[in-house]
Every structure is written in C-alpha cells, then in structure tokens.
Design a binder for this molecule. Structure first.
Ligand code: ADP
Ligand code: ZN
Length: 649
C-alpha cells in the first residue's frame, strides 16, 4: 500500500509557513520603500545652500512637505550648471519631472517661511511655494495592520503548540487539529507482532483468533446471515499485554492497524475530539479491512452524566457520542473492527457495551505461574544467557504478581546488570538482582544508618519472619533483608499463594504477620517506632476491606458497601448511617488490635528464637528460608513446602 497518508509519512517535505510570513513582511517593506520616496531620494542639501540657490534665481519651486521637509525643484537653466551635476537628473536613474532635485529638513517652519519671503522680496522673485501633506500610504497600511498580524501570528503559534507541535500532529499545521492522531502500522512498518510473541493468555488468544478470522474471511460468516462484531473490549490491569494482543491481531490478519490512546482525542477545544473520531473512522474505512485500537478508552468512555460538576466534560461526552455514532454507522460490510483496552471496565458507559458496539469483552488477567514461565521464555530468547543456569520455572516462582510488562522489564534489567558487571552472559544472580530492584528500587548501600537503627530494623524484620513462620495460613517466606532499597529500610519477602478465594483465617494470619514487625519492636525494646508505617497501612486497608467490602465481619454482617458500577465514585455521602460508620470504625480497630496482641503473644513465647534470628540477620544482611529452618526447625505446615522456593544458588 502506498504511503499516501500524510500523517504517517515522515519524508514528505513540509512547506514551512514561516516563509509565508517572511514574504509578506518583505513585501510590505518593499512597497513602503517605493511608495515613500521612490527608488532612492534626492540629494540632501542645507538651508544656507538652498537660500543661496534661491537668491540666485535657480529655484523654480519649493514644496513644503508635512511642515517638516522641503523639496527643491530647480529651473531648467540651473540644472545645467556644473554645481548641480549631482542631482537626480544626472544620476543613473531616469528622473521624472515630479522628482525634486534636492531635499532637506528645515527645522522651524515659521522661520523658514519668513526667510523665503524675505529672499523673494529682496531679489524680486516669484518662486512658488507649495504646501503638501503627502502621506506614505503603504507605510500607514503596514502600521495599521502590524498589530493584527502580530496577534494572528501569536495565535497560530499557540495553536501549533497545542495541537502537539510537529511531533504527534500532522506536521503541526493548525488546520490539522481536528485530524486524528492515530499511528498507523501496516505492511510497510516493520513492527511485526504475531501470536507467537504473546505468551500465555490462552483464553484471550482464542477469542481474539476469531476476530482475525472475521477479518480474513468475512464471507464465511456473513453468508450464513451472521453479523461481524464491530468491536471488542480488552479488559485487564496495565502491562498484561492488551496492546500486544491487539497488535498481534493486526499482524496475523495482515491488515492495517490504527493505534491511539483515548486521551489523544481530548483537547481543550470544543469539537476537536468528535472531529478526530470522524477522521479516524474515515481513514480506517479508506484502508479497510482495518483494525482501530484505542488504548485507555476510559479517558473518553466514562459513564456520561456523572462526575461533571461543572459541565466541563461536555467535550468528552461529545467525543464519546461521536464514537458511538461512528460504530453504529458503519455497516457490517465495512470490515473495520474496533479494539479498545481499559483496566476499568466498570466505569465505562453502558452504551459502549451495547450489542453492535463493543459487544465482546475479553479479560486479560495478570499471568499465573505457568503463564509467567511462558512469558519469561519469550523474553529470554534475545538474551545471551549463561548455559544451563536459568530455570524459567524458578524465575516464574520468584515473580508473583508481576505483569508481562514487569517480566519484560526484569529480563532487560538483568541484561543491564550483567553488562555493568562486565559479564559475557547473563546469569541467575543477575535475574534475582533485577527482580529485587524492580520490586524494591535501587539498593542504597550508602544510606547512613546508625548501628542502633540497624538493630531495630533487624528486629523488626525478624519479627515478620518469625510470626509468618509460626502461622499456618501466612504466605511462606522467601527471604528477609535489611539492605535498604528505595523507600524501605528492610523487607521480608513472601511468596503469596495465588488463590482465587480467600478465607478470613488467611486474611487474619497475613495481618498478624504484617504486624509482627511492630510487635517485635515492642517485645524486644518495649518501644515502638515509625518504621511500621507501610505495614499499618496494609493492615488497615485489609481490615477495612474485610468489614465494608467482603462482608466478613459478624457485627456488620453480610453487607457490602462496594459498588462495582463506579456510580458512587464521586459521591460525597457515605452509603451507611452514622451509627454504622461508628460500628465499622470500631470493628476495624478491633480486628487490627486483636492481631497485634496475637503477634505479641507469639513473639513473647519465641523471644529467644526471634533474637537469634535478628543476630543472624545483622550479620548476613540477607537470609533465606534455609537459615530460618536452622533456627526454627522444619515449618510445621508442610503442605505448601513444594510450592515454595529454595535458596537461590
Ligand atoms: P497493556 O497494553 O496491557 O498495558 P502492553 O501490551 O503494552 O500492556 O505490554 C507491555 C509489554 O509487556 C509488551 O510490549 C511486552 O513486551 C510485555 N508483555 C506483556 N504481556 C505479555 C505476554 N503475555 N507475552 C509476552 N510479552 C508480554
Ligand atoms: Zn514491617
């Protein structure tokens, strides 16, 4: 396909509007010059010389211009005199009779008039004196228009800036503000993505395979009277491969792919969004069969009529309406399929999900262990690894909760770390360092920590480790460190089980383990510190969720105040009464307090082991499950053992 699309082809020379401005300004200057004093001006002279010429009778007439300047016209005889050789008549330019021979500024008009009158009277001359107010027409037009020109110039400049400059916009021309900013990928672009590049996501791939099929052989479906769907919504957390999936569809179906983000439609000018939608669909239809991919559709697709206190969202609504109209408008035979991605399907306008629009929803979840392994396999391919050292299964187990994008990031980060160490290939430790770094941020080896503080941190982390070791339902521990990293001073790492439903016991045990840090400080030093902030935050949120969302509290009962439609998002009023509000607060604080006391009791009982662990931690800085086993013996709850991870290398 030829690159006739002006928005995509970067090589098309741009005609700079600055040339137009330059030409206009030069034109004005030139006209000003001509209209004013011709192609040059008459030779200058002085008052005394002029008076000399006048008394000699050489002057035919004097024109007083604008009460300021005098133009002197000599008589025919005088022009022939040797001293007037340099006047216009003898210059290279042909002179017209209306051109003066001399000109000069005389200063005070009154004096000048008196002088002329005196000389005329003395010599009996009848030289004519003519008054003239000649104005410079072009000059005045120029002066009058200048402010407008400036204002228009500034306006154009601002508009270009706002339309995205030369970057996203089509050469940044003001006239293109209503044009869509979609990036086009087609046969000519070398970004090629196929289903092979997408690991895991079996279900989503299967559903989306159908769309590829629709685009490839629409007749197969339409001949039986079926209608080809117009859109599919990819729903899932960021970085899970939604864009990748959409690109793979385009790559597999071998059709042009228009990619843009929901926020690209929105501009501060009224009507721009809608006109961009129109333009996008027009372009797609021209190239059909085609795929339009709108990332972050929630930027325009939020439910209408909510969240607008000021009415300032009208523009967004117009954009959304236009999108709906376009999707309704194109017939089943247009072969344009709209894919959209969002991580919040619940806030989208219901009209978007109606049949005939985004009638399919494809869920793209965070990958589980098996899927993470596959994603690692995809991203490890281009990396030069140490032979037989990397076990993708091990890596997958080390990265619970990571999205596909995180895993891609780990692989890249590992390569960078290995390169920094001057290695020839990337090894296991580099990957583990990369994981640590992505989870916790950079190691801060030179952070100033007093020995006292260090001991407090060790006790705190040992507290987490001890409590979680003792509790049946707490997540198994992977490692504990007191190396400061990013914002945190130390960390206990668990391997959360990937469960679909959670029982109150599990939640309570996890909260107890999270409070184990502060409890250990209390037990060992009989003092608490600010170091438990993030633990407390986590615990408080969890307790609140138990009471107000999951209905796991006896006193509040089987109620939830969660609203999946997102309708209440902008409500300022609580969905419960003052009494309930009080009850909720009391129950939350009860839950947290009970777990804190439980952690303290546990640690009092095993204080010797807690202190022993803290000492090991102080010495080694990083300890793994094996070290814990040496102190505590085998963990009593064996069933999860095979799931957890052995100490690396
Ligand atoms: P989203 O659009 O869901 O936010 P992206 O599709 O942009 O996420 O994913 C970002 C990057 O993460 C991709 O370019 C790819 O490198 C990686 N990635 C995510 N999911 C996967 C997957 N399932 N398989 C392979 N790579 C993935
Ligand atoms: Zn802690």
């Amino acid at each position: 396909m030829a690159k006739e699309n002006r928005k995509i082809d970067p090589k098309k020379p741009k005609f700079s509007a600055y040339w137009i401005y330059a030409i206009i300004i030069i034109g004005f200057l030139v006209l000003n010059f001509i209209g004013g004093s011709g192609w040059g001006s008459a030779p200058k002279t002085t008052i005394s010389e002029f008076e000399n010429y006048l008394s000699n009778g050489e002057v035919q007439k004097v024109v007083i211009l604008n009460r300021r300047e005098a133009k002197v016209y000599l008589t025919a005889e005088a022009k022939k005199l040797e001293k007037h050789k340099n006047t216009r008549s003898t210059s290279i330019l042909p002179s017209s009779p209306s051109e003066p021979d001399y000109q000069f500024e005389f200063g005070d008009l009154q004096n000048f008039e008196n002088d002329i009158a005196k000389i005329k009277k003395e010599n009996g001359l009848d030289t004519s004196v003519i008054y003239n107010t000649e104005s410079n027409v072009w000059g005045e037009i120029f002066i009058t228009l200048l402010p407008f020109a400036l204002i228009i110039g500034v306006w154009i400049f601002i508009m270009r800036r706002m339309s995205g400059g030369t970057g996203g916009g089509a050469g940044g021309q003001i006239f293109n503000i209503g044009k869509s900013k979609a990036k086009l990928f087609d046969q000519n672009t070398d970004v090629k993505v196929s289903f092979e590049n997408v690991a895991g996501l079996e279900g989503a791939k299967e559903e989306i395979q159908e769309i590829v099929d629709f685009l490839k052989n629409p007749d197969k479906y339409t001949s039986l009277g079926g209608k080809i769907p117009k859109g599919a919504l990819l729903v899932g957390p960021p970085g899970t491969g939604k864009t990748l999936l959409a690109k793979a569809v385009a790559g597999e179906a071998k059709v042009p792919f228009f990619s843009l983000s929901g926020s690209d439609f929105v501009e501060m000018f009224v009507g721009v969004g809608a006109s961009r939608v129109r333009d996008l669909f027009k372009q797609a239809k021209e190239k059909s069969p085609a795929i339009i991919f709108i990332d972050e559709i929630d930027a325009i697709g939020r439910a209408r009529g909510k969240s607008n206190f000021s009415g300032s969202n009208d523009e967004r609504e117009n954009t959304l309406n236009q999108l709906l109209t376009e999707m309704d408008g194109f017939g089943t035979n247009t072969n344009v399929i709209v894919l959209a991605a969002t991580n919040r399907a619940d806030v989208l306008d219901k009209a978007l999900m109606r049949a005939g629009r985004f009638d399919r929803q494809i869920y793209v979840d965070l990958p589980d262990v098996r899927e993470r392994k596959e994603i690692f396999e995809v991203h490890l391919k281009p990396i030069k690894k140490v032979e037989n050292e990397l076990d993708t299964e091990f890596l997958a187990k080390q990265t619970p909760g990571f999205s596909g994008a995180d895993i891609a990031n780990v692989c890249n980060e590992a390569a960078l770390i290995a390169a920094r160490k001057g290695k020839a290939a990337v090894g296991k430790q580099d990957f583990l360092d990369a994981v640590d770094r992505i989870v916790g941020g950079l190691e801060k080896k030179n952070k100033i920590i007093t020995p006292e503080e260090k001991r407090a941190i060790a006790v705190h982390e040992a507290g987490h480790a001890t409590v979680s070791w003792m509790l049946e339902h707490a997540a198994p521990l992977v490692k504990v460190t007191i190396v400061p990293r990013g914002q945190s001073l130390g960390a206990a790492w668990y391997l959360p089980e990937e469960r679909l439903i959670v029982r109150p016991n599990q939640m309570l045990d996890e909260m107890c383990a999270a409070l184990g840090g502060r409890a250990a400080e209390k037990v060992v030093f009989n003092e608490i510190s600010t170091g438990a902030l993030s633990d407390l935050e986590k615990v408080t949120k969890q307790a609140r969720a138990m009471v107000t969302i999951y209905g796991l509290n006896d006193k509040v009962g089987n109620l939830t105040y969660y609203d999946s439609t997102g309708q209440s998002e902008y409500n300022f009023t609580k969905p419960y009464s003052e009494q309930t509000s009080e009850l909720i607060d009391k129950e939350i604080s009860n839950i947290v307090e009970k777990q804190y006391q439980r952690a303290i009791a546990l640690l009092e009982e095993h204080k010797d082991k807690l202190l022993e662990l803290a000492e090991v931690l102080l010495e080694k800085e990083v300890i793994f499950k094996d070290n814990l086993e040496k102190i505590f013996g085998e963990r009593p709850f064996g069933k999860k053992e095979e799931e957890s991870v052995k100490e690396p290398s």
